[in-house]
Design a binder for this molecule. Structure first.
Ligand SMILES: Nc1ncnc2c1ncn2[C@@H]1O[C@H](COP(=O)(O)OP(=O)(O)OP(=O)(O)O)[C@@H](O)[C@H]1O
Ligand SMILES: Nc1ccn([C@H]2C[C@H](O)[C@@H](COP(=O)(O)O)O2)c(=O)n1
Length: 681
C-alpha cells in the first residue's frame, strides 16, 4: 500500500492482464458479525484485510468472541468462535469504529439488543453520518441508546435494554436514507426472536435493495430464513438462533471490480500483446455473485464495454470507443456507480447518473466531491441533490493535469486513477492514496501490474562521490514519492564480494569471469532492506570499506558494467524510480527528467562515513577513511568506462553543511517544479 502524501500516476496508455480482487467489504463485515453472534466456530476464508474489517474484528474481541489469529493473515483463514447470542457478564468498553459504516450501524443494533455498556466512537466524519433512524427503530423495542454529542449522530452510548414492553407490533425503520439501518435490524433482531416472530416494516422507498439481498443471503447461511414481503415487510421467524455454517468463503468485492471493468472498457491493449491476451481478467467475482454491484457490468456494457463472465470471473475489453454517454438510475448500484462518473470522462456526450442521494451521506459527500474533482480535470459538471451530470472535456486541449483531493474516501481515489488514461498524455496526482485501505489496500499495485505507461516510468538520478549522502537522500526521496529505489553501488559491492568469495582476484584478466559470475547469481533486495546473494544475507558484508573499495575496482571493467546494465534498468517501474550511483544520469538513465549531482567536501564525507561505520559496529579510522575515500573518488572519476561525472543537465546539490531533510526537500522541490499539476482546492 502507498502511504505517501500523494501518488503521481504517470500517463497510462494501455492495460492488459489479470487481477485477483480482495474480498468484499460488505460481505466480510456481515460475516464477521454473524459468526460472532452464532453458536459454534466459523472458519472464514478470503476475508478482506482492511481498515473496516480491522475495527470490526477488534470490536468483536471486545464483545468476548475468540478470534484466531487475532488479525487477518494473508492467505490464511480466520476462525471465530461466537457468543451464541449472549454477551459475557459485565461486558463493557469503548469501541472505536473509524469511518466504518458497516461496523458502526450493525454493531450498534446488535449491542443495543445484547446489552452491556459500550461507547461507540469513530473519526470525525463518522460523527456526521446519520444513525438517528436506526436508533429510533431500536428505541421502539426498549433499547437504551444515548447520543454523546449531536442528536442523530455517533458517538453513542449503549446500555442495558428493557424488553418488558415488547409487543408483536412491527418495528418501523426508514429505508430511504441508508439501507444499512435495515441490514442492522435484520442482523440484530433474530437475537430477540427466540420465541416470537419479529416483523420489520420499511417506511419510505427502500434504497440499495441489493445490499439487503446480501444480508438476507448471509442470514440464511447462518440459519435464519427471513420472509421478504415485497421489500416492504421482513418477518424474522420465531425460534431463530444463529448457527455457524462452519466454513464460509467471502467473494471478491464487486464494487472493487468496477474499477477494473472500467479499465478494460477504457484502456486499449498494448500492441505487444497478442489478441488472446486482450483485455482485463478479473478473478474472484463473476455472474454468480450475490452482490448487487455486479450489475455494474450492465452499466459498463451500456457504455460500450465488452464483458464475458463465468461463475467467479469476468473478462472485459474495449468495445465502443469513445464510450457511449448514458442516462441511468443508479439506485441499484450506489457504490459502483461512482466509477461510471469516471468513465463519463471518456464518453461521446453528457452522462447523467440519477437517484444517487445516498452518495451525500457516505464517507464524504460524494456528489460534491466527484463534481469538484471532475471539474479539475476539465469536465463540465452539474450536480443536484440526487444526481450528477458530466460532460467530458471538449477536446484534448481541455484536459488538465489535476491533483485530486480524495476526502478520505477510497472510492474517490480509485475512480480518479482512471483519469490517467486521458487522451492528452497528462499524469494525475492522487492525494492521500492510503485511503484505499478501506476496501482495497493494494489497489494501486494492482492497477500498475496491468497498466503500461505511455513513457517509461520517470527516474530521478542521484549521482555523486562516495559518502556524499546519495543513498540516504535517494531512499528518503523514493519513500516520499512512493517510487522504487535502485542502490546501484550495492550491485558493484555484491559483485566485488562474489568475486572474492569465488576466489577470483580483481584483475583485468578475470573481468569476463567476474561478469559471468554476477550473471549467474541470484541477487535479491528484500522489502525490509536486506540484500541476499544466492539466498545468503550479505547486507552487512557489503557495507565494509573493503567491500566499497573492491566495488570500485570491479566497476572499472566494461564487461562487469555491461553485465549490470540491464539489471539496473529493470528496476524501473511504475510509478517511478530513484537511482543512486555514479552513472545513473550519464549512462543508465540518460533521458531521466531529473538528475542531481550530490557533493560534499572530502573531510565532511570522511567524518560522516566514520560515524556511520561505528554506528553499525564496524571498525573505522578517520585518517584511513579519508585516504580510501579520496582513492576511491579518483578511481571512479578517472576510469575509462562510465566515469563518475555530472550529467550535462544535472543540478548540483552541495550536501556539506545542510541537514538531510534540507537536501531531500531540495530534490523534491526540483521534482515538483517539473510537474504540471494544478494544486488542490
Ligand atoms: N546532510 C547530512 N547531514 C548529516 N549527515 C548526513 C547528511 N547527508 C548524509 N549524511 C550521512 O552521511 C553518511 C553517508 O551517507 P550515504 O551512505 O547516504 O552516502 P552515499 O553517497 O550513498 O555513500 P556511498 O557512495 O558510499 O554508497 C550517512 O550516515 C548519512 O546519514
Ligand atoms: N552507478 C555506480 C555505482 C557504484 N559504482 C561503483 C563505484 C563505487 O565506488 C562502488 C561502490 O558504490 P557505493 O555503494 O559506495 O555507492 O561501486 C559505479 O561504478 N557505478
Amino acid at each position: 500500500m502507498y502511504t505517501t502524501a500523494f501518488l503521481d500516476l504517470p500517463h497510462l496508455a494501455s492495460a492488459c492482464g489479470s487481477v485477483q480482487l480482495p474480498g468484499s467489504k460488505s460481505i466480510s463485515n456481515r460475516v464477521l458479525l454473524l459468526a460472532a453472534l452464532s453458536q459454534g466456530t466459523t472458519t472464514v476464508h478470503d476475508l478482506l484485510d482492511s481498515d473496516d474489517t480491522r475495527v470490526m474484528l477488534q470490536a468483536l474481541q471486545h464483545m468476548g468472541c475468540v478470534v484466531e489469529p487475532s488479525a487477518v493473515v494473508a492467505g490464511q483463514p480466520l476462525r471465530i468462535t461466537g457468543i451464541d447470542g449472549f454477551l459475557p457478564n459485565n461486558a463493557r468498553g469503548q469501541l472505536f469504529l473509524g469511518n466504518a459504516g458497516t461496523a458502526m450501524r450493525p454493531l450498534t443494533a446488535a449491542l443495543a439488543v445484547l446489552g452491556g455498556s459500550f461507547e461507540m466512537t469513530g473519526i470525525p466524519r463518522m460523527y456526521e453520518r446519520p444513525i438517528g433512524d436506526l436508533v429510533d427503530a431500536l428505541r421502539q423495542l426498549g433499547c437504551k441508546i444515548d447520543y454523546l454529542k449531536n442528536e442523530g449522530f455517533p458517538p453513542l452510548h449503549i446500555g442495558q435494554p428493557d424488553f418488558s414492553q415488547l409487543s408483536d407490533a412491527p418495528i418501523q425503520v426508514r429505508g430511504d436514507v441508508s439501507s444499512q439501518f435495515l441490514t442492522s435490524l435484520l442482523m440484530a433482531l433474530p437475537l430477540l426472536a427466540t420465541n416470537r416472530a419479529i416483523t420489520i416494516e420499511v417506511v419510505g422507498e427502500l434504497i440499495s435493495k441489493p445490499y439487503i439481498h446480501i444480508t438476507l443471503e448471509l442470514l440464511a447461511r447462518f440459519g435464519i430464513t427471513v420472509r421478504n414481503d415485497n421489500w416492504q415487510r421482513f418477518v424474522i421467524p420465531a425460534g431463530s438462533r444463529y448457527q455457524s455454517p462452519s466454513d464460509i468463503h467471502v467473494e471478491a468485492d464487486a464494487s472493487s471490480a468496477s474499477y477494473f471493468i472500467a479499465l478494460g472498457a477504457i484502456a486499449a491493449c498494448d500492441s505487444s500483446h497478442n489478441a488472446s491476451q486482450n483485455g482485463i481478467q478479473v478473478l474472484g467475482v463473476g455472474k454468480d455473485s450475490i452482490q448487487g454491484d455486479i450489475r455494474f457490468v450492465e452499466a459498463a456494457q451500456a457504455m460500450g464495454a465488452v464483458v464475458e463472465s463465468g461463475p467467479n470471473w469476468l473478462h472485459i475489453s474495449r468495445g465502443a470507443w469513445p464510450l457511449k454517454a448514458i442516462d441511468l438510475d443508479c439506485n441499484h448500484i450506489p457504490d459502483a456507480a461512482m466509477t461510471l462518473a469516471a468513465m463519463a470522462l471518456y464518453a461521446d456526450g453528457t452522462t447523467t447518473l440519477r437517484n444517487i442521494a445516498s452518495w451525500r451521506v457516505k464517507e464524504t459527500d460524494r456528489i460534491a466531491a466527484m463534481a469538484c474533482e471532475l471539474r479539475k480535470l476539465g469536465a463540465t459538471v452539474e450536480e443536484g441533490q440526487d444526481f450528477i451530470r458530466i460532460t467530458p472535456p471538449a477536446s484534448r486541449a481541455d484536459w488538465k493535469a489535476a491533483s485530486i483531493h480524495t476526502y478520505d474516501d477510497h472510492r474517490v481515489a480509485m475512480c480518479f486513477s482512471l483519469a490517467a488514461f486521458n487522451p492528452t498524455g497528462l499524469p494525475v496526482r492522487i492525494e492521500d492514496p492510503k485511503c484505499v485501505a478501506k476496501t482495497f489496500p493494494d489497489y494501486f499495485e494492482a492497477l500498475f501490474s496491468v497498466s503500461q505507461a505511455s513513457q517509461p516510468a520517470p527516474v530521478i538520478c542521484i549521482d555523486g562521490p562516495t559518502a556524499s549522502g546519495k543513498g540516504t537522500i535517494a531512499a528518503l526521496v523514493a519513500e516520499k514519492l512512493g517510487f522504487a529505489l535502485l542502490d546501484s553501488g550495492a550491485l558493484y559491492r555484491i559483485t566485488g564480494l562474489a568475486a572474492s568469495r569465488a576466489g577470483l582476484d580483481i584483475t583485468e584478466a578475470n573481468a569476463p569471469a567476474i561478469a559471468d559470475l554476477v550473471r549467474s547469481k541470484a541477487i535479491t533486495f528484500t522489502p525490509n532492506h536486506r540484500v541476499l546473494l544466492d539466498g545468503d544475507d550479505i547486507s552487512l558484508a557489503i557495507r565494509t570499506e573493503e567491500a566499497g573499495m573492491n566495488a570500485s575496482r570491479v566497476a572499472v571493467f566494461p564487461a562487469v558494467r555491461e553485465a549490470l546494465l540491464q539489471v539496473q534498468r529493470d528496476f524501473r517501474r511504475l510509478p517511478g524510480l530513484v537511482g543512486d550511483g555514479r552513472d545513473m544520469g550519464t549512462v543508465i538513465f540518460p533521458e531521466a527528467p531529473l538528475k542531481v549531482y550530490l557533493t560534499a567536501s572530502a573531510e565532511c564525507r570522511a567524518e560522516r562515513r566514520y560515524k556511520q561505520l561505528i554506528s553499525k559496529g564496524l571498525s573505522a579510522n578517520m585518517a584511513d577513511l579519508l585516504a580510501d575515500l579520496q582513492a576511491r573518488d579518483a578511481r571512479d572519476m578517472h576510469r575509462a568506462a562510465a566515469p563518475l561525472k555530472p550529467a550535462e543537465d544535472a543540478l548540483y546539490l552541495d550536501n556539506s553543511s545542510g541537514t538531510i531533510d534540507e537536501a531531500v526537500q531540495q530534490v523534491l522541490t526540483w521534482w515538483e517544479q517539473r510537474q504540471p499539476f494544478t494544486t488542490s482546492a
